[in-house]
Design a protein around this ligand. Structure first.
Ligand SMILES: *Cc1c(COP(=O)(O)O)cnc(C)c1O
Length: 241
């Protein structure tokens, strides 16, 4: 079997698992998008995925987006930033990202807005929310969400808030994982009811290879899938450059 067949069959398998989770939850599979997460995978794999019709790809590091965007400039790819974004990388993000899902602080919003204004463009953003107590997880404290969303909408017009993103606790306890997703959905609903001007609080980016079915059952509109699509990641020195 060629590598391309493997990727195609993994994609088909994922799509049927997504559809099955939707059916269990009484949802329409068209409501749940798949965001392939290509971090650490080479441009050959991304080309194969693009040939299968995928065009949005999630990446964690701006340096990797820069390198890949350069190497794949002939393809119509939308780069989606899903990892912690340093403020000093705002310029690259404003130039190269189609979307940032990891907005988690005002100084980053300010830096992005300034660079976007220079580029003369707007950027869709999701606010990353910390729904688990694990110290390694980035994200805004949920209690700060209402004020944060209002401040972004008021002061940073180049950013268009479209929803929320989270990483659930890394746990074998499905109830604990589910609780993270449920908390994000509850916050999304609450903020949607507030109807902040300029904010379209519709999207919920939650669920990864190990927990996307739970996330779909809890209302995810977008699952971010890396290893279940591309295979195991290699974080060795060569892959991390
Ligand atoms: C790496 C990553 C993913 C994908 O993880 P998999 O377990 O490989 O599916 C999703 N979201 C974020 C924020 C990531 O960093």
């Amino acid at each position: 079997m060629s590598v391309s067949d493997t990727l195609a069959s993994r994609l088909a398998d994922l799509q049927s698992r997504i559809a099955a989770a939707c059916r269990r939850a009484g949802r329409d599979p068209a409501e749940v998008a798949l965001l392939p997460v290509s971090k650490t995978f080479g441009t050959d794999r991304i080309r194969e995925a693009a040939a299968l019709g995928l065009r949005r790809f999630g990446e964690s590091r701006m340096q990797e987006v820069r390198d890949k965007a350069g190497a794949l400039a002939d393809l119509p790819i939308d780069w989606v930033v899903i990892g912690h974004l340093q403020t000093n990388k705002a310029k690259d993000a404003a130039r190269l990202a189609a979307e940032v899902q990891s907005l988690d602080r005002l100084d980053l919003a300010q830096a992005l807005d300034r660079r976007l204004q220079q580029e003369g463009r707007t950027l869709d953003v999701l606010v990353q929310v910390k729904t688990s107590p694990e110290p390694s997880k980035f994200g805004l404290d949920p209690a700060e969400l209402p004020g944060f969303v209002r401040a972004v909408a008021r002061d940073h017009p180049a950013l268009r808030v479209r929803g929320l993103m989270t990483l659930a606790v890394n746990s074998a306890d499905a109830q604990a994982v589910r609780a993270c997703f449920r908390a994000l959905r509850t916050w999304r609903d609450r903020l949607r009811d507030e109807a902040v001007q300029g904010v379209e609080m519709s999207r919920l980016s939650m669920g990864m290879s190990g927990d996307f079915e739970l996330a779909i059952e809890e209302g995810s509109t977008e699952v971010r899938i890396g290893s279940a699509l591309f295979g195991a990641r290699d974080y060795g020195p060569a892959a991390a450059t």
